[in-house]
Design a protein around this ligand. Structure first.
Ligand code: SF4
Length: 329
């Protein structure tokens, strides 16, 4: 591991000032330390934010929930309000990583975790994300876990998380403070970026930006489901996951929010699919049309071709489950 300086942030202003001056934040470090050991990331300085006052989950004035950036994944998944009002979030978090990792991993860090593309972690291989302009070994290599939606000629990596997929279906917002002390709210759908020509950039954060919280809107009615398909039953990233929040009005779909993991460089949401479902009675034909719409632009790269029919089956299965009377919440 390359030597680095270490400092503990006294407060948020100190943390953002140090980050604006090229330091890298560390909280749980569950992904960052691996990347540093492999010298995929080689920060000159780490600023430890673990003692900042960002570990609370509180109710917002409008009845939503404010989840501090340093709330551990375990605490978030176990919180009574999350479990009762946002079960899709609790289930998505518990579908990720292992108990030990969830104890260390934080809400803000989980959003910032980096792709698990094999070639990104292998410094002997070309990778535009790790070394812009060097090429993409995955494009014509082994790409079982790679993207089928929204990829570019520069990168076909996926965002690997579960938590953010559920937060996307819930229309969460990310609260960010910069080194001038300004605070802004960004819809989580706009937080992660598609790779385009700059796959080295995973999200919209600029130097000095600190995630301070994730804000959930007031609870919505309807069934909430998280379904994840992976190569092992636990401690594996999604090949395809779906977070669904679907409300029925009698035998008609009144509202639908669907977000997908394991398919793209960011949690994937396609409003055209949701619009197609709303106001309709749930039928096999409708579900087929929704899958057709979702996958109209899907593209496989060889080893990940199977994800296209897999995603179709997962979507249809979750739509059936969510629209059945008496389905589990
Ligand atoms: Fe690198 Fe992206 Fe290609 Fe993977 S898919 S090798 S992360 S450029």
């Amino acid at each position: 591991m390359k030597p680095f300086d270490y400092a503990r942030a006294a407060d948020r202003a100190d943390a953002t000032a140090q980050a604006a001056n090229s330091a890298t934040f560390i909280a749980g470090g569950t992904n960052l330390l691996d990347l540093m050991k492999l010298e995929v990331m080689t920060p000159d300085k780490l600023v430890d934010i673990n003692r900042l006052d960002l570990s609370e989950i509180s109710t917002t004035d409008d009845g939503g929930l404010r989840i501090g950036a340093l709330v551990s994944n375990s605490d978030c998944a176990a919180d009574k309000r999350v479990r009762s009002d946002y079960p899709v979030l609790s289930r998505a978090i518990l579908a990720g990583a292992s108990g030990q990792l969830r104890n260390k991993a934080t809400t803000g860090g989980n959003l910032c975790q980096r792709t698990r593309c094999y070639y990104f972690y292998d410094t002997s291989m070309p990778c535009n994300k790790r070394e812009p302009g060097s090429g993409c070994q995955a494009m014509n290599g082994f790409n079982r876990i790679h993207a089928i939606l929204g990829a570019s000629d520069a990168c076909i990596a996926t965002y690997p998380g579960d938590m953010a997929v559920a937060m996307t279906a819930l229309d969460a917002q990310v609260e960010i403070e910069n080194s001038a002390g300004d605070i802004r709210l960004v819809p989580i759908q706009d937080f992660h970026l598609l790779p385009g020509d700059h796959p080295e950039k995973d999200n919209i954060l600029e130097a000095g930006d600190l995630i301070t919280a994730v804000i959930l809107p007031p609870p919505v009615e309807g069934k909430q489901i998280y379904q994840k398909v992976r190569d092992r039953a636990s401690y594996a990233f999604a090949l395809c996951s779906v977070a669904a929040v679907i409300k029925m009005d009698g035998d008609t779909i009144a509202s639908a929010a669907l977000a997908f993991g394991g398919l793209a460089h960011k949690p994937w949401r396609d409003e055209a699919v949701e619009e197609l479902l709303v106001g309709q009675q749930p039928t096999a034909e409708l579900f087929d049309k929704a899958a057709d719409r979702l996958l109209a632009e899907a593209h496989g790269y060889g080893s990940n071709d199977f994800k296209i029919p897999l995603t179709r089956r997962v979507l249809i299965s979750i739509l059936k489950e969510a629209t059945q009377a008496g389905a589990a919440v």
